[in-house]
Design a protein around this ligand. Sequence first.
Ligand SMILES: Nc1nc2c(ncn2[C@@H]2O[C@H](COP(=O)(O)OP(=O)(O)OP(=O)(O)O)[C@@H](O)[C@H]2O)c(=O)[nH]1
Length: 340
Amino acid sequence: MAQFLARQVFPHYGAIPRSYFLGHHRAGLSKMKNMLSSIDYVVECRDYRAPVTSMNPMFEEALGNKKRIIVYTKRDLGAIPQSPTQIQLEQKVRNFDRNSTVFFTSSAVRADVNKIIKHLRNDAAAPEKLTGCRMMVVGMPNVGKSTLINHLRNHGVGKAKALKTGGQPGITRKIASPVKIIEREGGSHTYVLDTPGVFMPYVPDAENMLKLALVGCVKDAVISPVTLVDYLLYQVNLHDPLAYQRWSEPTNEVVPLLEGFARHTGLLMKGGVPNLDSAALHFIQKWRAGEVGRFILDDLDAEKRRREDPMQTERLSMSQALKVERTSRKNKPEVDDPST
Ligand SMILES: Nc1nc2c(ncn2[C@@H]2O[C@H](COP(=O)(O)OP(=O)(O)OP(=O)(O)O)[C@@H](O)[C@H]2O)c(=O)[nH]1
């Protein structure tokens, strides 16, 4: 067989929607801002598999200078534990966030969650306040905020799950009641509020929209699953073209890959025709479960170069982003909220 050459550029960015800013995102963000005066501490969650792209600049503006930690969730899905790749990429991410305290967690790994509890025991105390310390967990939809709070509560005060979690974005729609995660003698306990995931009003770069959809920040119905798998295939091939060898030999063509996958997994329609949409959704789920390679979607070296170039560092401000979103809504039929 001729040597396989992976695509170095993804060629299909054409018709990707750039917005997924739903009513409960807007309302959640505004409520967070209004509540800020009663909040002592912010935990910002980002997805480990898209550490740069899953950072929502809206939070920078909305949450101001509150004391904060950053937690990169779903660590188990972004690299092999303890591998040199994991160590290197975490170092690079830490370098981006030099002024913040940063954690990388797999919710199921006790040691990861305990490190956060240990830090918060010292750092998130408010002994002068009768109400204790009130923290808010924020982040893009589906990054694992509620799951993290459930684990903090379990490891912190030994109590069972308090919040509903799920594989699609939008499970938490309103700011929840405070959940106690640390108990202290004298009553200055630490409480956490869960918040609805908030997407950005406008994503200028179509590739970032594909990354956010792949990691699950966007509902699966918003972008065609075959397009998403095509982008995923481009990414998998850059990392390890043998990661899908159970279903296909290395290829840059999404349709033969999905046909092979559908045949192996029985996703066939009448007459044995492969069901490509269904195969695409299942293939994405396999990747999200860590079964098609564990790697991150962001190119951290390119991001470093971008940050070092002062001409490129400018980001859209909140009002600019909202303006672009309003204009694109006027020009196009609005993206429905498929979850309502
Ligand atoms: N593999 C893995 N899955 C995780 C981890 N943390 C969360 N998840 C899964 O990610 C999905 C989303 O988790 P949630 O806690 O509901 O996410 P959320 O940020 O609260 O979501 P919204 O309600 O949309 O704001 C669930 O299926 C979790 O089981 C993790 O560290 N590793």
